[in-house]
Write a protein that binds this ligand. Sequence first.
Ligand SMILES: NC(=O)c1ccc[n+]([C@@H]2O[C@H](COP(=O)([O-])OP(=O)(O)OC[C@H]3O[C@@H](n4cnc5c(N)ncnc54)[C@H](O)[C@@H]3O)[C@@H](O)[C@H]2O)c1
Length: 383
Amino acid sequence: MERTSVGIILNGVTGRMGYRQHLVRSLLAIREQGGVPARDGSRIWPELTLVGRDENRLAEIAGRHGLSAYTTDLDAALADDAHQIYFDAQVTTQREKAIRAAIEAGKHVYTEKPLAEGFLASVELARLAAAKGVRNGVVQDKLFLPGLRKLKRLVDGGFFGRILSVRGEFGYWVFEGDWQAAQRPSWNYRAEDGGGITLDMFPHWHYVLEQIIAPVTAVTAVTATHIPERVDETGTRYRATADDAAYGIFELAGGIVAQVNSSWAVRVHRDELVEFQVDGTHGSAVAGLRDCRIQHRGATPMPVWNPDLPVTEAFRAQWQTVPDNGEHDNAFKVQWEAFLRHVVDGEPFPWDFLAGARGVQLAEAGLRSAREGRRVTIEEIPR
Ligand SMILES: NC(=O)c1ccc[n+]([C@@H]2O[C@H](COP(=O)([O-])OP(=O)(O)OC[C@H]3O[C@@H](n4cnc5c(N)ncnc54)[C@H](O)[C@@H]3O)[C@@H](O)[C@H]2O)c1
């Protein structure tokens, strides 16, 4: 079958996300399936150039996957007309500079979240990309996870009646790094290196709430650094300067109230690492990454508060599982396929820089709310 080759610069491919989700699970998987169908009947074929700081590690990754193109020279890669797309999965602090250069070089840009460290910088990137006419997108992977797709299907089908509230629980214990190695990179715990759970997770909660439930109109947040000292990858003790927990109340259009707890200092007593409970007048649902369970108003039990008696009902057993009703591919890969079709065929891609900027706006508003001890309203970004 005829191929439509698309040259992609992949920056940050030695990192957790860049390697596992974007290179292996998305782009190499797309090549293994023979590309992505294009409108003209050809197959969109990603041609990959790996970019990073360490040539040996790039060579090793390239070799492991039968790739030949890699370089430590981003400018040279951006100057090469063979590349149409720049993708960024670097640490957050390095992103803005690289994306500016990519836009300047006329590349279409796809990036991990958050789009930039600050709201103004994010909006500026959206404006620059629009002015240059390059296509742009930000990873919003949670939208493509089976659990949240099922939740969206319920909303679209009118299952809930009037939605009243959302409660989200995200988190797990991230080891301090002394007696057991930390399972997340240490930069996440240093504000000066772009770390912090608010900047990391509020962009996710923003698009989940906005696109599945309703737009966010205000936030009230309390943040904490519960673990003040950690041990890094080299065994050196460091001060955690970033928040490792954020307790947020989000007001949504239509009077819906969403509360989401995010914490790297909590132990899991849940079925999944993130769960959202949505309560509506006609039914409720609990959605995780994969599964989604529902309880309809007609099947709602009538608990009676009586602390003198043991619990008489098996509450969890009173929920029904929502079926898959279709195949659910890797969430990052599904969004990559959409971005490739956006670049090649101009298919709609609503998860653009402006959408990414709204996520950073919410993170910044959450941090301001916590700092100033007040509710912060979310202003609409002028186009
Ligand atoms: N979509 C998601 O669910 C999700 C999950 C985790 C992380 N992320 C985002 O992905 C990005 C990367 O996160 P990660 O967990 O893969 O981090 P990581 O530390 O594993 O990888 C970071 C990458 O950036 C590179 N890098 C470039 N300049 C650097 C510098 N000056 N210092 C240190 N590293 C530098 C590293 O070599 C590495 O390739 C972050 O922006 C993060 O917010 C997204």
